[in-house]
Write a protein that binds this ligand. Structure first.
Ligand code: LLP
Length: 463
């Protein structure tokens, strides 16, 4: 479709004078490697390929919308994290970002541990053969049944989140005749610079036990007094999609201070601290994430320094990256449907998915990038909003982006960095069928989570 047949909203010069948007990339055909998974490239025909397979073939075989996950990139990121932290630390992948049995097997093979936060995630982990001792169990309201299951399985650690849970886990462990390894999750009072809904260390929220008013110290007192519990350390998670290391440093310092207070009061040096996950990734060219080795160095330096000052043995550190491992490894492939230019505003490009496969834009005002991937184009950039097919005007996938002005129905576009919190937060809104996750590696593609079908919908609806 030519630009004149399909007027393309404001030109980028108008947009720049408005000052709301970044300029379009000089060449929209160039894929910014910061936001795409490692094996993504364009082939000689200009089509995007991942793991050596062109998107047109993937779309034909697996349909759209679909998530394509670059398995070798996932594995490389696992290795980068565990090498960065070394043998004296533990990396727990946060399964909430995206979990499937294939992912569990990759984690196991790459030597990572796993953090789960529900009975469903625990079942997936155990079913796929993750050794129970390599699993940590989180959550502010674990049910008695979930705790029973975790204790029975011999789970590595339960992260205690409230005074009631301290007692609950102790009783269940005692009933099973075991001493359950536990950590206490504390809220360190850091304001993480991220969206309110994904910040978790300020005091006015539902997670953890506050350090500030002595609550955490009291929780430690109680945990140490109960026979069913083996208190191995303290846990802090300050939030998610964070770039600034300052918050982690404050958190690490306060957690070490608590260890020193525990040593002074009880004569016990707890052997571990967990500093949670939350490291940011690049969703657009403007994001500059830290590399795992920089993060590992910053965290271990601060912990070592603080421990020396407090004359404590340096505890074993663990971290729980979810997004930073899986986020960059997948993109969502969509087929372009309706294109609606709104004169003087922008062009609405509708795709065959939407808020049911990516709720993050609507929920957190998240920013994403998008590219035309079934071909290249020399047409001018046009300002677009990529929207879904749901009955809601907030159904936006990419709020502001540039695509070539000759974009046409049937083109394939892809949104990178959708590996984390997209499939795992997908819904059936409007009875949408949740898309498959297809793992691609070395020229082979295989479904690891299949597409939902209308039969699946009807099976749950028992009439
Ligand atoms: N550890 C704990 C205790 C957590 O609560 C979380 C995330 C993580 C680790 C992993 O954080 P990550 O490294 O993935 O940032 N749905 C939101 C994110 C919620 C994160 C919840 N907890 C989003 O889409 O941005």
């Amino acid at each position: 479709m030519s630009r004149s047949a399909h007027p393309a909203g404001p030109r980028h010069a108008d947009v720049l004078t408005e000052g709301h948007y970044s300029a379009p990339a000089a060449d929209l055909n160039v894929l910014d490697e910061k936001v795409w998974s490692r094996t993504v490239t364009r082939d000689a025909d200009g089509a995007l390929t991942v793991g050596g397979i062109a998107v047109a073939r993937l779309a034909e075989e697996f349909g759209t919308p679909a998530y394509f996950l670059d398995e070798s990139d996932f594995r490389a990121r696992c290795r980068a994290w565990s090498e960065a932290f070394g043998p004296d630390a533990d990396v727990f992948y946060a399964g909430k970002a995206f979990l499937s049995r294939a992912v569990v097997r990759w984690l196991k093979e790459e030597g990572l541990n796993l953090d789960v936060c529900s009975g469903g995630e625990l079942t997936t982990a155990l079913d796929a053969g993750m050794p129970a001792e390599r699993i940590a169990f989180h959550g502010n309201n674990k049910t008695v049944a979930e705790i029973e299951r975790a204790v029975e399985a011999g789970i590595g650690r339960i992260v205690l989140d409230s005074f009631q849970e301290i007692v609950r886990v102790a009783h269940i462990a005692q009933r099973h005749g075991v001493r359950q390894r536990v950590q206490i999750r504390v809220t360190v009072g850091v304001e993480a610079h991220t969206h309110e809904f994904i910040a978790t260390a300020h005091e006015d929220q539902k997670f953890g036990i506050a350090l500030a008013d002595g609550q955490a110290a009291e929780a430690v007192r109680r945990a140490l007094s109960l026979d069913g519990l083996d208190l191995i350390g303290v846990h802090s998670h300050i939030g998610s999609q964070i770039f600034d290391m300052a918050g982690f440093e404050v958190s690490a310092r306060r957690v070490v201070q608590l260890l020193a207070e525990i040593r002074d009061e009880h004569g016990v040096e707890l052997p571990e601290i967990d500093l949670g996950g939350g490291l940011g990734i690049a969703y657009t060219s403007e994001d500059d994430p830290r590399e795992p080795h920089e993060i590992a160095k910053a965290l271990s330096d601060i912990v070592t320094r603080e421990c020396e000052a407090a004359k404590l043995r340096t505890p074993r550190i663990s971290v729980e990256p979810g997004r930073a491992i899986v986020g960059p490894t997948a993109f969502t492939l969509y087929e372009v449907g309706t294109i609606k230019p709104l004169e003087g505003l922008r062009t609405y490009v509708s795709v065959d998915g939407g808020m049911s496969d990516n709720i993050r834009t609507a929920l957190y005002d998240a920013e994403y990038s998008v590219a035309l991937v079934s071909r290249t184009s020399d047409a001018e950039p046009m300002l677009v909003r990529v929207v879904g097919k749901h009955c809601e005007s907030g159904d936006i996938v990419v709020k502001d982006a540039f695509l070539p002005a000759d974009l046409a129905p049937g083109d394939l576009i892809a949104v990178p960095a959708t590996g984390a919190y997209c499939r795992s937060m997908a819904s059936n809104y409007n009875h949408a069928l949740r898309p498959p996750v297809v793992a691609v590696r070395d020229g082979e593609a295989r479904v690891i989570v299949r597409r939902e079908t209308e039969e699946d919908l009807l099976r749950l609806d028992v009439g």
